[in-house]
Design a protein around this ligand. Structure first.
Ligand code: NAD
Ligand code: USQ
Length: 383
Protein backbone atom coordinates (compact mmCIF):
# COMPACT_ATOMS: atom_id res chain seq x y z
CA UNK A 1 0.00 0.00 0.00
CA UNK A 2 1.27 3.49 -0.89
CA UNK A 3 1.05 6.13 1.82
CA UNK A 4 1.85 9.79 1.29
CA UNK A 5 2.78 11.48 4.56
CA UNK A 6 2.10 15.20 4.28
CA UNK A 7 4.12 17.04 6.95
CA UNK A 8 6.57 14.11 7.03
CA UNK A 9 9.54 16.28 8.08
CA UNK A 10 7.80 17.24 11.36
CA UNK A 11 7.69 15.67 14.83
CA UNK A 12 4.78 13.24 14.33
CA UNK A 13 5.21 12.92 10.56
CA UNK A 14 8.88 11.91 10.54
CA UNK A 15 8.36 9.20 13.15
CA UNK A 16 5.26 7.96 11.27
CA UNK A 17 6.92 7.91 7.84
CA UNK A 18 9.82 5.78 9.12
CA UNK A 19 7.50 3.47 11.05
CA UNK A 20 5.30 2.83 8.01
CA UNK A 21 8.34 2.31 5.78
CA UNK A 22 9.72 -0.17 8.32
CA UNK A 23 6.38 -2.00 8.30
CA UNK A 24 6.57 -2.51 4.53
CA UNK A 25 4.39 0.35 3.27
CA UNK A 26 5.62 2.27 0.22
CA UNK A 27 6.05 5.74 1.69
CA UNK A 28 6.34 9.23 0.24
CA UNK A 29 6.93 12.42 2.21
CA UNK A 30 5.49 15.75 1.12
CA UNK A 31 6.58 18.77 3.16
CA UNK A 32 7.19 22.46 2.45
CA UNK A 33 9.84 22.54 5.24
CA UNK A 34 8.07 25.69 6.45
CA UNK A 35 8.35 24.56 10.08
CA UNK A 36 12.16 24.84 9.87
CA UNK A 37 11.61 28.35 8.47
CA UNK A 38 9.24 29.33 11.33
CA UNK A 39 11.86 28.15 13.86
CA UNK A 40 14.44 30.42 12.23
CA UNK A 41 12.01 33.35 12.22
CA UNK A 42 11.25 32.86 15.93
CA UNK A 43 14.93 32.28 16.76
CA UNK A 44 14.21 28.86 18.29
CA UNK A 45 15.72 25.43 17.69
CA UNK A 46 14.73 21.89 18.52
CA UNK A 47 16.64 20.45 21.49
CA UNK A 48 17.87 17.68 19.22
CA UNK A 49 20.02 18.51 16.18
CA UNK A 50 17.89 17.36 13.23
CA UNK A 51 19.54 16.62 9.89
CA UNK A 52 18.25 18.06 6.58
CA UNK A 53 15.41 15.95 5.20
CA UNK A 54 17.50 14.70 2.24
CA UNK A 55 20.27 13.53 4.61
CA UNK A 56 17.68 11.81 6.82
CA UNK A 57 16.24 9.92 3.86
CA UNK A 58 19.65 8.92 2.47
CA UNK A 59 20.60 7.54 5.88
CA UNK A 60 17.32 5.61 6.12
CA UNK A 61 18.02 4.04 2.72
CA UNK A 62 21.57 3.04 3.67
CA UNK A 63 20.40 1.52 6.96
CA UNK A 64 17.33 -0.33 5.74
CA UNK A 65 17.52 -0.48 1.94
CA UNK A 66 14.11 1.24 1.80
CA UNK A 67 13.52 4.38 -0.30
CA UNK A 68 11.12 7.13 0.67
CA UNK A 69 10.09 9.51 -2.14
CA UNK A 70 10.35 13.22 -1.32
CA UNK A 71 8.13 16.05 -2.59
CA UNK A 72 9.19 19.47 -1.31
CA UNK A 73 6.44 22.06 -1.66
CA UNK A 74 3.35 23.64 -0.18
CA UNK A 75 -0.09 22.01 -0.26
CA UNK A 76 -1.56 25.50 -0.58
CA UNK A 77 -0.05 25.37 -4.11
CA UNK A 78 -2.76 23.27 -5.79
CA UNK A 79 -0.75 22.48 -8.94
CA UNK A 80 2.20 21.26 -6.90
CA UNK A 81 -0.12 19.12 -4.73
CA UNK A 82 -1.85 17.55 -7.76
CA UNK A 83 1.43 16.90 -9.58
CA UNK A 84 2.88 15.21 -6.49
CA UNK A 85 -0.24 13.07 -6.05
CA UNK A 86 -0.13 12.02 -9.71
CA UNK A 87 3.53 11.06 -9.45
CA UNK A 88 3.09 9.08 -6.22
CA UNK A 89 -0.47 7.71 -6.63
CA UNK A 90 -1.22 7.14 -2.92
CA UNK A 91 -3.80 4.71 -1.54
CA UNK A 92 -3.75 6.66 1.73
CA UNK A 93 -2.93 10.29 2.42
CA UNK A 94 -1.81 10.98 5.99
CA UNK A 95 -2.11 14.70 6.65
CA UNK A 96 0.11 16.18 9.37
CA UNK A 97 1.05 19.26 7.29
CA UNK A 98 -0.33 22.15 9.30
CA UNK A 99 0.78 25.00 11.58
CA UNK A 100 0.23 23.25 14.90
CA UNK A 101 1.09 25.65 17.70
CA UNK A 102 -1.68 27.38 19.67
CA UNK A 103 0.65 30.17 20.92
CA UNK A 104 1.99 30.77 17.36
CA UNK A 105 -1.58 31.32 16.17
CA UNK A 106 -2.18 33.85 18.98
CA UNK A 107 0.91 36.05 18.37
CA UNK A 108 -1.02 38.62 16.33
CA UNK A 109 -3.47 38.97 13.43
CA UNK A 110 -0.87 37.93 10.85
CA UNK A 111 -0.09 34.66 12.65
CA UNK A 112 -3.79 33.88 13.17
CA UNK A 113 -4.45 34.45 9.45
CA UNK A 114 -1.36 32.50 8.42
CA UNK A 115 -2.44 29.56 10.60
CA UNK A 116 -6.02 29.43 9.38
CA UNK A 117 -5.16 29.96 5.69
CA UNK A 118 -2.32 27.44 5.78
CA UNK A 119 -4.40 24.80 7.55
CA UNK A 120 -7.89 25.29 6.12
CA UNK A 121 -6.84 25.93 2.50
CA UNK A 122 -4.29 23.12 2.58
CA UNK A 123 -6.90 20.61 3.72
CA UNK A 124 -9.49 21.92 1.27
CA UNK A 125 -6.97 21.51 -1.57
CA UNK A 126 -6.41 17.89 -0.55
CA UNK A 127 -10.17 17.27 -0.55
CA UNK A 128 -10.55 18.74 -4.06
CA UNK A 129 -7.56 16.78 -5.38
CA UNK A 130 -9.07 13.59 -3.94
CA UNK A 131 -12.49 14.36 -5.41
CA UNK A 132 -11.07 14.94 -8.90
CA UNK A 133 -8.50 12.19 -9.23
CA UNK A 134 -8.28 9.97 -6.15
CA UNK A 135 -11.86 9.38 -4.95
CA UNK A 136 -11.01 5.98 -3.40
CA UNK A 137 -8.00 7.25 -1.48
CA UNK A 138 -8.38 7.22 2.34
CA UNK A 139 -7.58 10.51 4.08
CA UNK A 140 -6.14 10.12 7.56
CA UNK A 141 -6.19 13.63 8.97
CA UNK A 142 -4.69 14.87 12.22
CA UNK A 143 -7.21 16.79 14.23
CA UNK A 144 -6.90 17.52 17.92
CA UNK A 145 -8.62 16.78 21.24
CA UNK A 146 -8.58 20.55 21.72
CA UNK A 147 -11.41 20.85 19.20
CA UNK A 148 -13.79 19.80 21.99
CA UNK A 149 -12.53 22.26 24.59
CA UNK A 150 -13.42 21.37 28.18
CA UNK A 151 -17.19 20.74 28.32
CA UNK A 152 -18.86 19.78 31.60
CA UNK A 153 -20.08 16.47 30.10
CA UNK A 154 -18.28 13.36 28.81
CA UNK A 155 -16.56 13.77 25.44
CA UNK A 156 -17.56 11.20 22.81
CA UNK A 157 -15.55 10.24 19.72
CA UNK A 158 -16.68 12.88 17.25
CA UNK A 159 -20.46 12.47 17.47
CA UNK A 160 -23.12 12.69 20.18
CA UNK A 161 -26.71 11.42 20.21
CA UNK A 162 -29.04 14.12 21.51
CA UNK A 163 -32.72 14.01 22.38
CA UNK A 164 -34.40 17.39 22.06
CA UNK A 165 -38.12 18.20 22.31
CA UNK A 166 -38.98 14.55 21.85
CA UNK A 167 -36.79 13.98 18.75
CA UNK A 168 -33.42 12.28 18.56
CA UNK A 169 -30.37 12.68 16.28
CA UNK A 170 -26.67 11.84 16.17
CA UNK A 171 -24.75 15.04 15.50
CA UNK A 172 -21.14 16.23 15.40
CA UNK A 173 -19.99 16.73 19.00
CA UNK A 174 -20.06 20.45 20.00
CA UNK A 175 -16.72 22.21 19.58
CA UNK A 176 -15.34 24.87 21.93
CA UNK A 177 -11.68 25.26 20.90
CA UNK A 178 -9.25 27.47 22.81
CA UNK A 179 -7.07 29.16 20.15
CA UNK A 180 -7.14 30.25 16.52
CA UNK A 181 -5.01 27.16 15.81
CA UNK A 182 -7.51 24.81 17.48
CA UNK A 183 -10.27 26.63 15.59
CA UNK A 184 -8.52 25.87 12.28
CA UNK A 185 -8.89 22.17 13.11
CA UNK A 186 -12.63 22.62 13.71
CA UNK A 187 -12.97 24.33 10.33
CA UNK A 188 -11.06 21.41 8.74
CA UNK A 189 -13.35 18.89 10.45
CA UNK A 190 -16.43 20.60 9.05
CA UNK A 191 -14.96 20.74 5.55
CA UNK A 192 -13.95 17.07 5.63
CA UNK A 193 -17.37 16.04 6.96
CA UNK A 194 -19.09 17.95 4.17
CA UNK A 195 -16.78 16.57 1.45
CA UNK A 196 -17.37 12.99 2.60
CA UNK A 197 -21.12 13.60 2.55
CA UNK A 198 -21.39 15.22 -0.88
CA UNK A 199 -18.61 13.43 -2.78
CA UNK A 200 -18.47 10.07 -1.01
CA UNK A 201 -14.86 10.51 0.08
CA UNK A 202 -13.53 8.39 2.96
CA UNK A 203 -11.72 9.96 5.90
CA UNK A 204 -10.54 9.35 9.45
CA UNK A 205 -10.09 12.40 11.67
CA UNK A 206 -7.74 11.57 14.52
CA UNK A 207 -8.42 13.88 17.44
CA UNK A 208 -4.99 13.56 18.96
CA UNK A 209 -4.00 14.64 22.46
CA UNK A 210 -0.64 16.15 23.44
CA UNK A 211 2.23 13.95 22.25
CA UNK A 212 5.32 13.35 24.41
CA UNK A 213 8.62 11.54 24.01
CA UNK A 214 11.14 11.50 21.24
CA UNK A 215 12.40 8.00 20.52
CA UNK A 216 10.63 5.47 18.35
CA UNK A 217 12.13 2.20 17.21
CA UNK A 218 13.07 3.76 13.89
CA UNK A 219 14.21 7.28 14.86
CA UNK A 220 16.42 5.73 17.54
CA UNK A 221 18.35 3.65 14.98
CA UNK A 222 20.86 6.38 14.14
CA UNK A 223 21.81 9.91 15.21
CA UNK A 224 20.99 11.20 11.70
CA UNK A 225 17.41 9.92 12.06
CA UNK A 226 16.82 11.76 15.34
CA UNK A 227 13.43 13.44 15.70
CA UNK A 228 12.79 17.04 16.70
CA UNK A 229 12.01 17.85 20.35
CA UNK A 230 10.64 21.34 20.91
CA UNK A 231 10.96 23.02 24.30
CA UNK A 232 10.43 26.73 23.57
CA UNK A 233 7.39 28.71 24.73
CA UNK A 234 5.77 28.68 21.29
CA UNK A 235 6.21 25.16 19.87
CA UNK A 236 7.18 23.19 23.00
CA UNK A 237 4.34 21.16 24.54
CA UNK A 238 3.70 20.56 28.23
CA UNK A 239 5.42 17.31 29.21
CA UNK A 240 8.34 17.61 26.77
CA UNK A 241 8.94 21.14 28.09
CA UNK A 242 8.79 20.03 31.74
CA UNK A 243 11.42 17.31 31.17
CA UNK A 244 13.81 19.70 29.45
CA UNK A 245 13.23 22.37 32.12
CA UNK A 246 14.02 19.78 34.80
CA UNK A 247 17.21 18.76 32.99
CA UNK A 248 18.60 22.31 33.04
CA UNK A 249 17.42 23.26 36.54
CA UNK A 250 14.67 25.63 35.36
CA UNK A 251 11.51 25.62 37.52
CA UNK A 252 8.68 23.76 35.78
CA UNK A 253 6.33 26.30 34.21
CA UNK A 254 2.82 25.32 35.31
CA UNK A 255 0.40 27.91 33.92
CA UNK A 256 -2.08 29.18 36.51
CA UNK A 257 -3.59 26.65 38.93
CA UNK A 258 -2.42 23.66 36.87
CA UNK A 259 -5.76 21.85 36.93
CA UNK A 260 -5.96 21.99 33.11
CA UNK A 261 -6.55 18.36 32.12
CA UNK A 262 -5.70 17.01 28.68
CA UNK A 263 -5.31 13.70 26.84
CA UNK A 264 -1.68 12.61 26.36
CA UNK A 265 0.12 9.89 24.40
CA UNK A 266 3.61 8.57 23.80
CA UNK A 267 4.98 9.21 20.28
CA UNK A 268 5.40 5.43 19.94
CA UNK A 269 1.61 5.19 20.20
CA UNK A 270 1.12 7.99 17.66
CA UNK A 271 2.91 5.95 14.99
CA UNK A 272 1.01 2.79 15.91
CA UNK A 273 -2.35 4.62 15.80
CA UNK A 274 -1.51 5.84 12.31
CA UNK A 275 -0.73 2.29 11.23
CA UNK A 276 -4.04 1.03 12.67
CA UNK A 277 -6.11 3.78 11.04
CA UNK A 278 -4.46 3.12 7.66
CA UNK A 279 -4.85 -0.67 7.84
CA UNK A 280 -8.57 -0.35 8.73
CA UNK A 281 -9.87 2.36 6.38
CA UNK A 282 -13.12 4.29 6.63
CA UNK A 283 -15.99 3.39 4.28
CA UNK A 284 -16.79 5.58 1.23
CA UNK A 285 -18.83 8.57 2.36
CA UNK A 286 -17.75 8.11 5.99
CA UNK A 287 -15.90 10.53 8.26
CA UNK A 288 -14.80 8.56 11.31
CA UNK A 289 -13.47 10.32 14.36
CA UNK A 290 -11.10 8.54 16.75
CA UNK A 291 -9.93 10.19 19.95
CA UNK A 292 -6.19 9.49 19.93
CA UNK A 293 -4.77 9.63 23.45
CA UNK A 294 -4.00 7.00 26.06
CA UNK A 295 -4.15 8.80 29.44
CA UNK A 296 -5.57 11.94 31.00
CA UNK A 297 -3.45 14.14 33.24
CA UNK A 298 -3.65 17.63 34.65
CA UNK A 299 -0.55 19.74 33.97
CA UNK A 300 -0.08 20.03 37.76
CA UNK A 301 0.02 16.20 38.04
CA UNK A 302 2.51 16.00 35.19
CA UNK A 303 4.80 18.52 36.86
CA UNK A 304 4.69 16.45 40.08
CA UNK A 305 5.57 13.29 38.15
CA UNK A 306 8.53 14.99 36.45
CA UNK A 307 9.70 16.38 39.80
CA UNK A 308 9.60 12.91 41.40
CA UNK A 309 11.38 11.23 38.47
CA UNK A 310 13.95 14.06 38.42
CA UNK A 311 14.62 13.65 42.14
CA UNK A 312 15.39 9.96 41.71
CA UNK A 313 17.97 10.93 39.06
CA UNK A 314 19.52 13.44 41.45
CA UNK A 315 17.98 16.52 39.81
CA UNK A 316 16.69 19.31 42.05
CA UNK A 317 13.33 20.15 40.45
CA UNK A 318 11.15 23.11 41.47
CA UNK A 319 7.60 23.73 40.27
CA UNK A 320 6.53 27.33 39.71
CA UNK A 321 2.94 28.37 39.01
CA UNK A 322 3.19 31.34 36.67
CA UNK A 323 0.49 33.69 35.40
CA UNK A 324 -1.45 31.82 32.73
CA UNK A 325 -0.77 33.46 29.35
CA UNK A 326 -3.82 31.64 27.94
CA UNK A 327 -7.53 32.06 28.49
CA UNK A 328 -8.67 28.58 29.60
CA UNK A 329 -10.35 26.87 32.55
CA UNK A 330 -7.77 25.96 35.19
CA UNK A 331 -9.88 23.40 37.05
CA UNK A 332 -12.68 21.61 35.28
CA UNK A 333 -14.40 18.31 34.50
CA UNK A 334 -12.70 16.29 31.72
CA UNK A 335 -13.66 12.76 30.72
CA UNK A 336 -13.14 11.63 27.14
CA UNK A 337 -13.74 8.31 25.37
CA UNK A 338 -10.85 6.68 23.53
CA UNK A 339 -12.00 3.14 22.80
CA UNK A 340 -11.93 3.07 18.96
CA UNK A 341 -8.16 2.73 18.58
CA UNK A 342 -7.95 0.32 21.53
CA UNK A 343 -10.60 -1.82 19.80
CA UNK A 344 -8.46 -1.84 16.66
CA UNK A 345 -5.56 -3.25 18.68
CA UNK A 346 -3.62 -0.35 20.18
CA UNK A 347 -1.54 -1.48 23.16
CA UNK A 348 -0.63 1.77 24.91
CA UNK A 349 2.72 2.75 26.34
CA UNK A 350 1.66 4.36 29.62
CA UNK A 351 3.60 7.20 31.18
CA UNK A 352 5.86 5.53 33.68
CA UNK A 353 8.90 6.48 35.66
CA UNK A 354 11.09 4.66 33.16
CA UNK A 355 9.78 6.77 30.29
CA UNK A 356 10.32 9.93 32.32
CA UNK A 357 13.82 8.76 33.22
CA UNK A 358 14.69 8.16 29.58
CA UNK A 359 13.21 11.49 28.48
CA UNK A 360 15.04 13.28 31.30
CA UNK A 361 18.31 11.54 30.41
CA UNK A 362 17.79 12.45 26.77
CA UNK A 363 17.20 16.07 27.77
CA UNK A 364 20.35 15.98 29.94
CA UNK A 365 22.38 14.69 26.97
CA UNK A 366 21.50 17.72 24.84
CA UNK A 367 21.11 20.32 27.60
CA UNK A 368 23.95 22.52 26.32
CA UNK A 369 21.76 23.28 23.29
CA UNK A 370 19.01 24.82 25.43
CA UNK A 371 18.49 28.58 25.07
CA UNK A 372 17.11 29.53 28.50
CA UNK A 373 15.63 32.75 27.09
CA UNK A 374 13.18 30.66 25.03
CA UNK A 375 11.55 28.88 27.96
CA UNK A 376 9.11 31.34 29.49
CA UNK A 377 5.92 31.97 27.47
CA UNK A 378 5.92 35.22 25.51
CA UNK A 379 2.55 35.01 23.76
CA UNK A 380 -0.55 36.21 25.59
CA UNK A 381 -4.13 35.35 24.62
CA UNK A 382 -5.33 38.67 26.04
CA UNK A 383 -3.03 41.02 24.13
P1 NAD B 1 5.37 19.86 13.20
O1 NAD B 1 5.33 21.35 13.15
O2 NAD B 1 6.54 19.21 13.85
O3 NAD B 1 5.22 19.24 11.73
C1 NAD B 1 4.32 19.74 10.77
C2 NAD B 1 5.00 19.60 9.42
O4 NAD B 1 4.08 20.06 8.41
C3 NAD B 1 6.25 20.46 9.30
O5 NAD B 1 7.34 19.70 8.84
C4 NAD B 1 5.86 21.55 8.30
O6 NAD B 1 6.96 21.98 7.51
C5 NAD B 1 4.78 20.86 7.49
N1 NAD B 1 3.79 21.80 6.89
C6 NAD B 1 3.07 22.75 7.53
N2 NAD B 1 2.29 23.41 6.65
C7 NAD B 1 2.52 22.85 5.44
C8 NAD B 1 2.01 23.10 4.14
N3 NAD B 1 1.12 24.06 3.91
N4 NAD B 1 2.45 22.33 3.10
C9 NAD B 1 3.35 21.34 3.33
N5 NAD B 1 3.88 21.07 4.54
C10 NAD B 1 3.46 21.82 5.58
O7 NAD B 1 4.02 19.39 13.91
P2 NAD B 1 3.68 18.00 14.63
O8 NAD B 1 3.86 18.18 16.09
O9 NAD B 1 4.36 16.89 13.94
O10 NAD B 1 2.12 17.92 14.35
C11 NAD B 1 1.65 17.26 13.18
C12 NAD B 1 0.13 17.29 13.13
O11 NAD B 1 -0.37 16.62 14.28
C13 NAD B 1 -0.46 18.68 13.15
O12 NAD B 1 -1.58 18.73 12.29
C14 NAD B 1 -0.89 18.88 14.59
O13 NAD B 1 -1.97 19.76 14.66
C15 NAD B 1 -1.26 17.47 14.99
N6 NAD B 1 -1.11 17.25 16.44
C16 NAD B 1 0.11 17.38 17.05
C17 NAD B 1 0.23 17.16 18.43
C18 NAD B 1 1.53 17.29 19.18
O14 NAD B 1 1.52 17.18 20.42
N7 NAD B 1 2.66 17.52 18.51
C19 NAD B 1 -0.93 16.80 19.15
C20 NAD B 1 -2.15 16.68 18.49
C21 NAD B 1 -2.24 16.91 17.13
N1 USQ C 1 0.93 24.35 29.78
C1 USQ C 1 1.50 24.65 30.99
N2 USQ C 1 2.83 24.93 31.00
C2 USQ C 1 3.61 24.91 29.87
C3 USQ C 1 3.00 24.58 28.63
C4 USQ C 1 1.66 24.31 28.63
O1 USQ C 1 0.85 24.67 32.04
O2 USQ C 1 4.81 25.18 29.97
C5 USQ C 1 -0.52 24.02 29.73
C6 USQ C 1 -1.34 24.88 28.77
O3 USQ C 1 -1.78 26.07 29.40
C7 USQ C 1 -2.46 23.94 28.40
C8 USQ C 1 -1.82 22.57 28.47
O4 USQ C 1 -0.62 22.71 29.24
O5 USQ C 1 -3.47 23.99 29.36
C9 USQ C 1 -1.46 21.99 27.10
O6 USQ C 1 -0.63 22.92 26.42
P1 USQ C 1 0.43 22.42 25.33
O7 USQ C 1 1.23 23.60 24.90
O8 USQ C 1 1.14 21.22 25.81
O9 USQ C 1 -0.55 21.90 24.19
P2 USQ C 1 -1.54 22.67 23.23
O10 USQ C 1 -1.29 24.11 23.14
O11 USQ C 1 -2.93 22.24 23.59
O12 USQ C 1 -1.14 22.06 21.82
C10 USQ C 1 -0.51 20.78 21.65
C11 USQ C 1 0.01 20.72 20.23
C12 USQ C 1 -1.18 20.83 19.28
C13 USQ C 1 -2.21 19.77 19.61
C14 USQ C 1 -2.63 19.81 21.08
C15 USQ C 1 -3.46 18.62 21.49
O13 USQ C 1 0.93 21.78 19.99
O14 USQ C 1 -0.71 20.67 17.93
O15 USQ C 1 -3.34 19.96 18.81
O16 USQ C 1 -1.44 19.74 21.89
S1 USQ C 1 -4.69 19.05 22.67
O17 USQ C 1 -4.05 19.76 23.78
O18 USQ C 1 -5.33 17.85 23.10
O19 USQ C 1 -5.59 19.96 21.96
Amino acid sequence: MKVLVIGGDGYCGWATALHLSNKGYEVGILDSLVRRHWDIQLGVETLTPIAPIQTRLQRWKVLTGKSIDLFVGDINDYDFLCNSLHKFKPDTIVHFGEQRSAPFSMIDREHAVLTQVNNVVGTLNILYAMKHDFPDCHLVKLGTMGEYGTPNIDIEEGYITIEHNGRKDTLPYPKQPGSFYHLSKVHDSHNIHFACKIWGLRATDLHQGVVYGVLTEETGMDELLINRLDYDGVFGTALNRFCIQAAIGHPLTVYGKGGQTRGFLDIRDTVRCMELAIANPAEPGQLRVFNQFTELFSVGDLAMKVKQAGNTLGLDVDIKHIDNPRVELESHYFQAKNTSLLDLGLEPHYLSDSLLDSLLNFAKKYNTRVDKDQILPTVSWRR
